[in-house]
Design a protein around this ligand. Structure first.
Ligand SMILES: *Cc1c(COP(=O)(O)O)cnc(C)c1O
Length: 254
């Protein structure tokens, strides 16, 4: 089918799709500029869009991408893989894993050379697993992590319960030298997303202040998605994760 000596080549991008994505990104960047009260980065959530959409978004100059599925992230990040043979996404991309973290996926995540952050650490055990997997994979820099908090107390939502947060964060800070504890992350409930100020974001900001003072360094806030990032920025978000506003609406999950 193809020779293994064939050189990988960049993924082809449809120019019309590219300019549509660029327009959406500019709008979001404008909103960020107009609403932020702290330094804030944009993470473009590319699930479940094809790698060509990531390539289109990358050519805007933005570097941070978020993915929810380990397999999809691994495939998109590899230079040569079976989904996109002999095509690659640029190594400059800074990948954020933002999906539910399973312990048995830590090794696969650690194999990604340009993984920038895991935003969904939700227990000491998984932090330790990720810490050890990162060490075993011989990276030069520690891996950035956010601890996910279940600010809305929803039974099916991932994240550490607020009451447990000091204990979990102190332990991660002490026992995970290969992780760089960057901040706290929340998704929040759908109902709260319609409120301004959003109680989940207010709660996360309070918890951040508390944990930062316990640890002795300032943590970031990762909060805000397409429907609520402007509100999140006003409440101090440093990291907004925007998907559908950039890439278009997703088909509802089956
Ligand atoms: C899907 C997803 C996003 C992006 O959601 P949009 O509403 O499409 O912007 C952000 N964060 C997490 C954790 C997600 O799963």
């Amino acid at each position: 089918m193809f020779s293994k000596h064939e050189k990988p080549h960049p993924i082809q991008v449809d120019p019309q799709r590219e300019s549509e994505i660029h327009e959406n990104i500019s709008e979001v960047l404008n909103d960020i500029e107009n609403n932020k009260v702290e330094r804030a980065r944009l993470v473009m959530v590319s699930k479940p869009n094809p790698a060509s959409d990531c390539a289109a978004a990358f050519s805007s100059g933005q570097l941070h991408f978020g993915e929810n599925y380990v397999q999809e992230l691994v495939e998109k990040s590899l230079e040569v893989n079976h989904f996109y043979p002999f095509m690659f996404l640029p190594h400059e991309i800074r990948w954020h894993f933002i999906g539910r973290l399973q312990s048995n996926k830590c090794k696969a995540l650690a194999s990604i050379p340009n993984l920038w952050a895991i935003e969904t650490i939700d227990s000491e055990e998984k932090a330790k697993k990720m810490n050890d997997a990162w060490a075993a994979a011989n990276h030069d820099e520690p891996l950035n992590i956010y601890v996910q908090v279940n600010t809305s107390n929803e039974p099916n939502k991932g994240g550490v319960e607020p009451d447990d947060l000091i204990r979990v964060c102190t332990s991660i800070d002490k026992t995970c030298p290969n992780l760089n504890f960057l901040g706290l992350m929340t998704i929040g409930s759908v109902e709260n997303s319609a409120l301004s100020p959003n109680p989940d974001f207010v709660k996360l900001a309070e918890l951040r202040d508390e944990i930062s003072s316990v640890l002795g360094y300032q943590l970031e806030l990762s909060m805000g998605m397409s429907s609520d990032y402007q509100d999140a920025l006003k409440l101090g978000s440093n990291n907004v994760r925007v998907g559908s506003k950039i890439f278009g609406s997703r088909a509802p999950k089956a």
